[in-house]
Design a protein. Structure first.
Length: 94
């Protein structure tokens, strides 16, 4: 795999990891005991820390990308492994 392909795949893992990590550790203003700002949604986070979020996302994305790269190298899970309906056998018979 070329390094540009690996970088593109890592960026995809990073961007998907944002949605995976974002809901964890969020405290609303009510949970934090702060003052509610007029017009603020009840579910809005009390304090948004972009640096902490970026660090968590980077850690998760790196672990997931590492697993992907190991699978790419050693071929643990292949398309034939997850073929639940036997379509590969039908295509090979034709």
């Amino acid at each position: 795999m070329r390094w540009t392909s690996a970088l593109a795949i890592y960026v995809l893992f990073w961007s998907f990891s944002v949605f995976l990590v974002l809901p964890f550790g969020v405290r609303t203003t009510r949970e934090a005991g702060g003052d509610h700002v007029p017009g603020q949604a009840d579910s809005a986070p009390h304090e948004f820390r972009a640096g902490r979020l970026a660090l968590r996302v980077t850690i998760v994305a790196t672990i997931l990308f590492g697993l992907f790269l190991l699978n790419y190298t050693y071929g643990w899970i292949t398309p034939q492994t997850v073929d639940l309906f036997g379509r590969a056998n039908v295509a090979a018979a034709e």
